[in-house]
Write a protein that binds this ligand. Structure first.
Ligand code: NAD
Length: 349
């Protein structure tokens, strides 16, 4: 018998990555799955040899009492599931990103996990990539001096991809507090992304004391950048997920990469009493605050400074107030059945 029994809520695409983590250690056995879609539930459970199958997460948590719970459902449901898992007595919860599409649920879930001693992490797994970690080490060693600056461009939506990029940048520069945010968004169709309201374009300036991040998402249709550049007064680091190259007055240096443990290994070490996991949910909560501050800045046309604790989504507020007029029918740019679910939840179906 394994030491820990794990269960997955939401047996779609990313749940396969979680199953892959569990399959690589004999300390954890994946014993239960839950999904509202029977076909996806059975396909996943057949693939991973899981007998205990549920269509309702509350029933699963009560009957199985898992030690570790993976929350792999659509965006707006993550914190409801995480809170239920923490309340059921789970030792650890791995929630998918983004934590949600507002701030109230994430704040409540982090507070509850701290109160109950639950090891609550968010799956911003790119904190484990060798290239980002080599960059982080060079920044910490003062290789390019301070303050540092990045213009990080990508596609795929603020909550979806911005949550990774903001989290990655905070990791690379040492998880600092943010000091102010300026945000701009555009939304002129009725767009959703895996169940959440989504904008079409985002541009933001996020500052951390002197360090800064300029974030541009979806400014060019379909373009996904894979190479990034971090600048400082004494040089630049050109990096991707695999490696990082320092360029300074001496020229271009040898590429570096920094091997890391696995996401799950670090979680088990934390449960064993070791250091807190790098993806502890209180870090993801800061990313969630920054994303909501971007929306709030766009809503109020002003600079947002912490503390930022507004529970509701400023994006939703703008849409419902008619401040972002759109044309056309609602659509989900990733999962059509997530749209149906989102509209039902909002009483709009
Ligand atoms: N960390 C990463 O790099 C990464 C990569 C991909 C997706 N994700 C995140 O994972 C989440 C899921 O994305 P996906 O691409 O796997 O979606 P998906 O549609 O493939 O899977 C989600 C599953 O959740 C199920 N579900 C929805 N509501 C449910 C409920 N109330 N109870 C039980 N099951 C429910 C759906 O039926 C579906 O099978 C998203 O929030 C996404 O942002 C993260």
């Amino acid at each position: 018998m394994s030491e820990f029994r794990a269960a997955v809520i939401g047996t779609g695409g990313i749940a396969r990555t979680h199953a892959g983590y569990y399959a690589k250690t004999d300390r954890v056995e994946l014993v239960a799955g839950c999904d509202i879609n029977e076909e996806r539930l059975n396909a996943y459970c057949d693939e991973h040899g899981i007998d205990q199958r549920f269509s309702d997460h509350e029933t699963m948590l009560a009957e199985v009492q898992p030690d570790i719970v993976s929350v792999c459902t659509w965006n707006p449901t993550h914190m409801e599931m995480a809170i239920a898992a923490i309340e059921s007595g789970a030792k650890a919860v791995i929630s998918e990103k983004p934590m949600g599409d507002e701030l109230g649920g994430p704040m409540d879930a982090v507070a509850l996990a701290q109160e109950r001693g639950c090891h609550f992490v968010v799956h911003h797994q790119t904190r484990f990539t060798p290239g980002y970690n080599a960059t982080r080490e060079m920044v910490a060693d003062g290789a390019i001096g301070r303050p540092v600056s990045i213009h990080w461009r990508s596609g795929g939506g603020l909550l979806n991809i911005g949550s990774h990029l903001i989290d990655n940048y905070r990791w690379i520069i040492g998880d600092p507090d943010w000091t102010d945010v300026l945000g701009w968004i555009q939304r002129d169709t009725n767009r959703f992304e895996r169940g959440s309201y989504a904008e079409e374009k985002t541009h933001a300036l996020i500052r951390y004391g002197g360090d800064e991040m300029i974030l541009s998402i979806d400014l060019e249709d379909g373009v996904k950048y894979k190479q990034f550049r971090l600048s400082g007064p004494d040089g630049v680091i050109n990096f991707d997920r695999e490696q990082a190259v320092l360029v300074n007055s001496e020229g271009a240096h040898e590429p570096r990469s920094s091997a890391q443990p696995s996401f799950l290994e670090e979680l088990l070490t934390w449960i064993d009493g070791g250091p807190v996991h790098r993806n502890v949910a209180s870090q993801a909560l800061i990313t969630q605050q920054i994303m909501m501050a971007i929306y709030e800045s766009a809503r109020t046309r002003s600079m947002i400074v912490p503390p930022y604790e507004k529970r509701e989504s400023p994006l939703e507020e703008m849409i419902l107030a008619g401040e972002l007029p759109f044309e056309g029918e609602p659509y989900d740019c990733r999962r059509p059945d997530a749209l149906e679910y989102a509209l039902k939840q909002r009483g709009m179906a």
